[in-house]
Design a protein around this ligand. Structure first.
Ligand SMILES: Cc1cc2nc3c(=O)[nH]c(=O)nc-3n(C[C@H](O)[C@H](O)[C@H](O)COP(=O)(O)OP(=O)(O)OC[C@H]3O[C@@H](n4cnc5c(N)ncnc54)[C@H](O)[C@@H]3O)c2cc1C
Length: 304
């Protein structure tokens, strides 16, 4: 059963921020409610008051401004899936959005809610980490931006203060010669939390070379290109979504030959701090991490 709470319905962002400031720490935002409502039913928390931020006009929309893709703090996962700017500049986010829950949940669930909820398995986190996203936080006092890599503090803990709202997620447009992929293993194909999820991104030193090379009958990349910068982000393998820094270093300045990919995948598995739980053992998660990172790197040039 749902506990009793007061529900506040602001009409503007300013009203919402005022309400949160007055009620903090006993008030909490609710957007799609796809985490909040099950958590209230399950007794995870009992806020005296919920401030409904769904549909606030200032939090809507996805736009491009000054080299940044801006995803409003109220944008749903379904909207991300349909958006042409996301398809063009952040297809890895789209790839992850497609694996989150089911169409029904995606119609309500917001990207900001996924990040603010701070589950270690949040599917929006790895793609946004490899895209160097920033979280824009607003309060009655003003606005600040936090790189997503510094946003998560622990399981369901972030740097967001109770009176702050995520008003936008800001993604610098990746360079032209950048490719990224997202892979997820879960116990089912839909409506399933990740056992492990992973996003990888490689920015190439040169334009696409004209010569494809195949090794062991498989294609791993394009000739003439060196990895200038790499990002590897992992979910459900530590208390927060993480970057695998050592694995990234192992790719930089290299052609993505099979042995380079294998070494990076091993280092990514070593970066994990996995636990046993109902979805998988720690050892299985480590193994899956290595396989997912390898597949993602090998799959950089295949279609999402
Ligand atoms: C059946 C089911 C399947 C699911 N499957 C997946 C899955 O596969 N992958 C996955 O990652 N998640 C999954 N989820 C979890 C959930 O759908 C996502 O985390 C979703 O993105 C949360 O967004 P929301 O808008 O519903 O957040 P809410 O439930 O409204 O809020 C979640 C948290 O974020 C805070 N919050 C919301 N909006 C803001 C804001 N603008 N600023 C600051 N704080 C805010 C709330 O206070 C709360 O702490 C699933 C949930 C269900 C019910």
């Amino acid at each position: 059963m749902l506990p009793e709470f007061e529900l506040l319905m602001p009409r503007t962002l300013a009203e919402a921020l005022e309400m949160l400031a007055e009620r903090a720490p006993d008030g909490m935002p609710i957007a799609g409610g796809t985490n909040v409502i099950p958590d209230l039913r399950g007794g995870r928390y009992r806020p005296a008051c919920l401030v409904n931020v769904a549909g606030l006009p200032e939090l809507g929309g996805i736009r491009q401004e000054d080299g940044i893709l801006v995803i409003g703090g109220g944008v749903t996962v379904a909207e991300v899936l349909d958006d042409p700017l996301v398809a063009r500049y952040a297809p890895v986010l789209r790839e992850a959005a497609r694996t989150l829950a089911s169409p029904l949940v995606r119609n309500r669930a917001t990207v900001a809610g996924n990040l603010a909820n701070a589950s270690p398995a949040a599917d929006m986190a790895p793609p946004l980490l490899v895209l160097d996203a920033e979280v824009e936080l607003a309060s009655r006092e003003g606005t600040r931006r936090v790189p997503l890599k510094d946003f998560f503090l622990g399981v369901r803990r972030t740097v967001r203060q109770p009176h702050e709202l995520i008003t936008a997620i800001r993604i610098p447009l990746p360079p032209a010669h950048s490719r990224a992929r997202f892979f997820k293993v879960a116990l089912r194909k839909a409506n399933a939390i990740a056992v492990v999820n992973s996003a990888v991104r490689v920015d190439w030193e040169y334009g696409l070379g004209s010569r494809e090379y195949g090794l062991g009958g498989r294609e791993y990349g394009w000739g003439g290109g060196l990895c200038r910068a790499a990002r590897i982000a992992l979910g459900a393998v530590a208390p927060t979504p993480i970057r695998a820094w050592e694995a990234e270093r192992a790719l930089e300045g290299q052609s993505l030959m099979p042995e380079v990919i294998a070494q990076a995948a091993r280092l990514a598995a070593e970066a994990t701090r996995t636990i046993d739980d109902i979805r998988g053992s720690a050892a299985y998660r480590r193994h899956v991490t290595e396989v997912l990172v390898r597949r993602a790197l090998e799959g950089l040039w295949s279609r999402e």
